[in-house]
Design a protein around this ligand. Structure first.
Ligand SMILES: C[S@@+](CC[C@H](N)C(=O)[O-])C[C@H]1O[C@@H](n2cnc3c(N)ncnc32)[C@H](O)[C@@H]1O
Length: 203
């Protein structure tokens, strides 16, 4: 972590093992994002001009917070498990990092469940969204709720990173989001694919 805090860009270089070591050290490998997805999050977080939203928290939260400490971009995080939110918060505190961790229960919106987001407290016009929660397998509708509930909080030009695209459900969600947002997307990475979606300026 000290190495990452010192120079986040360095972990993006070929042959650099920092992300692999961080995933191992975090000790939650079954639930953590993998190297390629984390590298993509880091890459966009380094350059984004605007607020960042994370759906689901964990190692990615610490890494993005390390970057926003340098860039000063607001970083909001939705987390439905109070204990997990506290754990992530305590690691942020240990490393002197900051993110707006927002504990919010999952709410049944009918067709899907999504975080019961205190929308009026959040920054508007997110420019980067890292969608790695809520857990797809156990949440009605998976992560689909992001767009119907939060569309007005998404800036034109926003990049959305959706993990777990090896699942058919995630790819179907990406297809629906793309048509509802007038967005384009690609499926990146062969080992553990994720969706890279770009929202056009008009939607
Ligand atoms: C896929 S995880 C998010 C991982 C995060 N992006 C990371 O890089 O570590 C999605 C959600 O699963 C829950 N979660 C994380 N670890 C868990 C565990 N070991 N057991 C049960 N739920 C967990 C948390 O509520 C989290 O927000």
């Amino acid at each position: 972590m000290a190495r990452f805090l010192d120079n986040p860009e360095a972990c993006l270089q070929a042959g650099n093992s920092t992300l692999t070591e961080l995933i191992y050290g975090w000790g939650n490998e079954a639930w953590s994002a993998r190297e390629e997805f984390l590298a993509c999050c880091i890459n966009y977080a380094l350059t984004v001009k605007g607020p960042i939203l994370e759906c689901g928290s964990g190692l990615s939260t610490l890494l993005i917070a390390a970057i926003t400490k340098q860039t000063n971009q607001p970083h909001w995080v939705l987390e439905h498990k109070p204990n997990w939110a506290s754990r992530v918060q305590s690691y942020l505190d240990d490393y002197g990092l900051h993110a707006h961790i927002t504990p919010c229960a999952l709410k049944d919106y009918g067709e899907f469940c999504w975080y019961d987001v205190p929308l009026n407290e959040l920054a508007r016009q997110f420019s980067l969204i890292v969608c790695d929660g809520p857990p797809s397998r156990t949440t009605k509708g998976g992560r689909y709720g992001l767009i119907p509930i939060m569309k007005e909080w998404i800036a034109p030009g926003c990049v959305i990173l959706l993990d777990d695209a090896y699942r058919r459900e995630e790819r179907e969600i990406a297809e629906r989001w793309a048509s509802e947002l007038n967005a384009t997307y690609t499926i990146e990475c062969k080992d553990k694919p994720y969706i890279l979606m770009s929202v056009t300026s008009q939607y």
